[in-house]
Design a protein around this ligand. Structure first.
Ligand code: UD1
Ligand code: CA
Length: 454
């Protein structure tokens, strides 16, 4: 039987994060580290996948919606003990890949190479790295013939062992059938009083199962996160890679170091993205779309030739072709804008549709509304959609002209080609083709005199 099992160790507290949340819930590119590791693991199509959790386990379970077997390690007695906790759940045959919830950027090709080297459990495989400064890591001890014989932890290492610059990343592949025996033979008579998983390497050698070291292609792949500094370093590496993928595919990014995707971003041809743009969730940009500096887009679809000007915030909305949004626009969820729509500065649109060629250019709130084509909404317009209890819709037809500072008290309708006078408070239907004015008439007092100082 050629079964692949995967164990993700994630019970540790992460003291150096100084956080109330379990370390593995901290995020890289908007996704928790543990869910990243699980998603990578799932791509290997394992027969079994388990995650060993302890500190903050309830929140880890609740916030990681992934098909894994949760395994509880009540006390963190060491990495070897963590693996032993999984024994009741582990299949009996094949190989077991050990991953870590705080090593978020490990990738599928690296793991496939390890699994191949394990040759269905004929070998034990270690992912190793060579570092200029190996301080803190377990060192790989080899015989003169080059064969790996054991791992020694930094705290247990002799001075000459500390000179070894080949380190244990922690990621390894074990013959599953041996795990019960090997973990039962671990002792905690060491500097940290822990059951070290690393001690199974010497046991593998003693049992004549050769240990193969596979060298890591790039340091970041097995880099762990122990503090906020390391988290930020991996975040930048990840974002840089995302930017490079997009740039290689033809997207112009003004500065790849000031660019963040926390989800997925799909781009058409000749897209331009200025500095400090943040993309969250699933965003899709059509051909020739331009994103101005300091825009935030979350779950947004933008069609061809549309320009999003600086400092705009867009969430859960769809924008047609050749539209212009911003600067300083806010598009809230369930907003659908058709082709050639203009949304200007300090305009907020929520749960509304706006048809072709309509313009809402200045200082306006449009909520729960349907606006037709070729309509112009004047500066300072407010749809009064909320009476404090319920929300109501505003319907505005085609070719409408809403005068500046109109209040539209919903539910209310404005017919096609209607005009409202500036400053009107509209509470009833505005008929088609007519001007409706609802404001106090202007008067002038002929005999009025300015007060004078007594
Ligand atoms: C471990 C390795 C070391 C390696 C290093 C790479 C051991 C004994 N040492 O050291 O050789 O160079 O990783 O970073 O394995 N964990 C549990 N339960 C436990 C203990 C740990 O789930 O009882 C988890 C932790 O949450 C953490 C991971 O295992 O994610 C590693 O544990 P840690 O104690 O940090 O090991 P290191 O000292 O870093
Ligand atoms: Ca560690």
């Amino acid at each position: 039987m050629n079964q692949l099992s995967i164990l993700i160790l994630a019970a540790g507290k992460g003291t150096r994060m100084y956080s109330d949340r379990a370390k593995v819930l901290h995020e890289i590119a908007g996704q928790s580290m543990i869910s990243r590791v699980i998603d990578t693991a799932l791509q290997l199509q394992p027969d079994f996948i388990g995650a060993v959790i302890g500190h903050g386990k309830e929140l880890v379970k609740a916030q990681t919606e992934r098909p894994v077997q949760w395994i509880e390690q009540a006390e963190q007695l060491g990495t070897g003990h963590a693996v032993a906790c999984a024994l009741p759940y582990l299949p009996k045959d094949g190989v077991t890949l050990v991953l870590y919830g705080d090593v978020p950027l490990i990738d599928v090709p690296t793991l496939k190479a390890l699994i191949t080297a394990a040759d269905n459990g004929k070998n034990t495989v270690l992912l190793t790295d060579t570092l200029n400064d190996p301080t803190g890591y377990g060192r790989i001890v080899r015989e003169n013939n080059g064969h790996i014989v054991r791992i020694v932890e930094e705290k247990d290492a002799l001075p000459e062992e500390k000179e070894i610059d080949e380190i244990n990343t922690g990621i390894m592949v074990l013959p599953t059938a041996k795990i019960a025996d090997w973990t039962s033979r671990l002792k905690n008579a060491n500097a940290q009083g822990e059951y070290y998983l690393t001690d199974v390497i010497a046991l593998s050698v003693a049992d004549h199962i050769p240990v193969i070291g596979v060298a890591l292609p790039a340091h970041y792949l097995a880099a762990g996160v122990n503090n906020k500094l390391q988290q930020a370093e991996l975040e930048r590496i990840f974002q840089r890679q995302t930017a490079e993928c997009l740039m290689t595919a033809g997207v112009t990014i003004a500065d790849p170091n000031r660019f963040d995707v926390r989800g997925t971003l799909q781009c058409g041809k000749d897209v331009f993205i200025d500095i400090n743009a943040v993309f969250e969730g699933e965003c899709v940009l059509g051909n020739r779309v331009q994103i101005g500096a300091n825009c935030v887009l979350k779950n947004v679809q933008v069609a061809d030739d549309t320009v999003i000007k600086p400092f705009s915030h867009l969430e859960n909305c769809t924008i047609g072709n050749n539209a212009q949004i911003g600067p300083f626009a806010r598009l809230r969820p369930d907003t659908v804008l058709s082709d050639n729509v203009h949304i200007g500065n300090f305009v907020e649109v929520k749960k509304s549709t706006v048809k072709e060629n309509s313009k809402i250019n200045h200082l306006t709130y449009i909520g729960d509304s349907d606006i037709g084509a070729n309509t112009n909404i004047g500066a300072g317009t407010i749809t009064c959609n909320y009476d404090g209890v319920n929300k109501f819709r505003t319907e505005i037809g085609d070719n409408v002209f809403i005068g500046s500072n109109t209040l539209l008290v919903a539910p209310v309708k404005v017919g096609n080609s209607a005009t409202t006078g500036a400053g009107s408070v509209i509470t009833k239907t505005c008929p088609n083709d007519k001007l409706t004015v609802a404001r106090a008439k202007q008067i002038t007092l002929d005999n009025w005199q300015r007060p004078v100082k007594k």
